[in-house]
Ligand binder design. Sequence first.
Ligand code: SAM
Length: 278
Amino acid sequence: MLVYHLPGTFQTREPDLDLLWEAGATGLEERAGAIRVYFSERVLLPPAVADGEWHEEPDQDWQAEFRRTLRPVRAGRVTIVAPWQREEVEAGQLPLVIEPGMAFGTGHHVTTRLAVEALDDLGLETRGPGAAGARVLDVGTGSGVLALAAARLGARFAYGVDIDPLTVPIARENAEVNGLLPSQVRFEEGTLGLSPLTFPEEGVDAYDVVVANLYAELHDLLAAEYAEHLAPGGVAVLTGILADKLGLVRAALAREGFAELRETVEGDWALLTARRRG
Ligand code: SAM
């Protein structure tokens, strides 16, 4: 790999960057106070950028590097791992295998972890009619991680919907990899309001838990529908909320008749849980 090391930063060398592109650079990267300019072959550079040095560097196997640095994510009783990390799940933890990189939701984002921890705290295995396990709706399911975690944690049924059709086969594959059956967890393209949502059993027309990792403005828009899809006393678990936008989601939940608001803040991110009044 041929890399030209140019002293300075993108800011200090801004007028020179175009010259590098024009000279045939295939990529630019700022690292440790210098600019790394990638070329496929050595070229004659204009005098304004001739103060750097050429280096031949060994090719890096980014895929191997990614696999080496990716860590399992522990969220309550669940440990989320990539397929090659199954052996790393500690005894007593519930394993959840997610193929990283194909859809949002590997567990590495703080909001995903917060949501799994919140689902764990709800005691899903004893919720729902007859305390037979909660029926969970996951809005914006991505890789399916939250619906799958709910199923692992004892939900009777989890239903994941996503507006992006590309996520659906990925989520279904993750269900299969985890040995979860369509009677336990199902994924469809959809969102609240636009497409009719199916229900796990005839005569059942509500969920015990709605979980959604979206963003504050969308929670504000969807709050009425969260309430509509929840059974009385059901719980909304909402995250993807920037901490400074908590007020918007709090107000939306209060407006739609939710009570017992609880929030968790970690760094810039927040999660809210609230109960639909019974
Ligand atoms: N649930 C996963 C998690 O917690 O890691 C993925 C969350 S990711 C931040 C948000 C997902 O919501 C994306 O897959 C996106 O396609 C989906 N999404 C965005 N707007 C949506 C909407 N209005 N209805 C349903 N899904 C939506």
